[in-house]
Design a binder for this molecule. Sequence first.
Ligand SMILES: [Zn+2]
Length: 143
Amino acid sequence: MNNFQIAALPHLEACAIINDMAKAPTAAEKDRMDRLSRSGCVVCRISHGSYVDGEIQHLTAGGRRLGHRYTICLCAWHHRSVPAGSVSPAEMRRIYGPSFAESRKEFEASFGSEEHLLDETDKWLGVPKVKRDVVDNDPKAAD
Ligand SMILES: [Zn+2]
């Protein structure tokens, strides 16, 4: 697959636009991203032992989204506060806990930091831990 075909993938294309990233993902990053997008929500897996389709969330540092390697998979509820079917947001919160979009603080208090979920994701995918220098230098992490 060449760079143009990779760039045609909706998620990666969106990332390139949003992050203004000129660099296409490496083969290893693309392989991880493909498997990640099929791995289901990391929170639902850990908290409820269930598979729920998910979407990719990029970790941030200093208010900027990090690269393709710093990504986890969250369901629509845990990522963007989108309830399942006709279930109300209050009921979703009661059953599944807080969503990242509603309150990062409550989300991380319930499920661990994004970095913790990244480690759990990498364990699940069987890939080595990512270098943490960028994440560890996040000024917000010291709060
Ligand atoms: Zn979930």
